[in-house]
Ligand binder design. Sequence first.
Ligand code: S3P
Length: 429
Amino acid sequence: MEFQRVTRLQGQVMIPGDKSISHRSIMFGSIAKGITEIDNFLQGADCLSTMACFQKMGIDIENKGSRVVVHGKGLHGLEAPFGDGVLDCGNSGTTTRLIAGILAAQDFSVTLTGDSSIQKRPMKRIIAPLSQMGAHITSINGTGCAPLLIRGQKLSGISYESPVASAQVKSAILLAGLYADKETRVKEPALSRNHTELMLQAFGADVRTEDTTAVIQPARELFGCKLSVPGDISSAAFFLAAGLMVPGSEILLKNVGINPTRDGVLRVCEEMGGNVTLLNLKTEGGESTADILVRHSPLHGTVIEGAIIPALIDELPVIAAMACMAEGTTIIRDAAELKVKESNRIEVMVKNLSAMGADVTETEDGMIIRGGRPLHGAVIDSRLDHRIAMTFAVAALCSDGITEIKGAECVNISYPEFYRDLKRLSGNA
Ligand code: S3P
């Protein structure tokens, strides 16, 4: 797919549902008793992988477009996956790691697998704590990655200090904790996204946060509820960046989730001098939303490090692109987690931004970007990583010449209509 400079971006975008929250709504709805109605569910390939996994375990899920109805069967209502006993998580790390926490406590065995990217992503980070709780999990090829064989067991509560700030690790342990014999605690080095904690509360679980520790009590039952999924700030980030970078732009992003454990990109845009205004603030089910008005702004470099990193981890690729357009140097550090995402996002960003003429240096845990150099078109290999493809579609809008993105269709993972929405803003529908 090819992209090139546009004169400006103008209009509004209805941001599709949050990926993290959509996954959790299916999972928790499935192990709750009764009906869960989900509004604004993200119809991205990752969330559909989660849906298919629970359908294969006997849960009736009606997919009516943006509205989804889950007929939950309670904490002990799942059945061994129909037929071959295999659950396919596709490209989705969230599906793999969170489901593992639930499966660890079931009275059946499952093989958990996914695509070639999923089979390279580290799973020891969940195998270790879940094994401490009594789970039987083996990496079938001995790589520490999927496919995983999970044989459900009785679990006991633990107090775990996680070496990484990861909501997927925290959530896997908390979900196993629902089934444990006593309280489970997970302490993180910095607070990761807290959607699991907020949504489990809505389903009736006893879960609380003490500083950077999440604490959950074993549950007797969860109860189905009504949920409205906010727009995904990680998807909105591409338009935030595009609006700030492309001269003359003004974009209104509707219904974006601004949970403080996810809003790091807003804080960085402001820090870089971006003109970003929040309007129409609301809170529902503990999750806050706003409409975000973004206007083209001259940007300057910044340092992004420490506790803010988990609150913008998925936005770092597009922030790096934005830093190329800023005056001065931007330093990203403490972000080694980028190496174990859908691709090695440090390596892939540095390679592709350099191909477009940026002055960027790879470091152990991030990158250094010296901004202000004009970018030019290049052939970009997305490595089938959705956030890389979207980042370079945006970078191309303020670069000379033509940018060709290979594997551009992978945006289907989190934002199937991304290119349509982007074209519409440039008046080029
Ligand atoms: C997610 C957590 C983050 C994030 C991923 C979604 C989640 O991963 O990068 O896209 O839904 O819990 P980690 O928990 O590995 O940081």
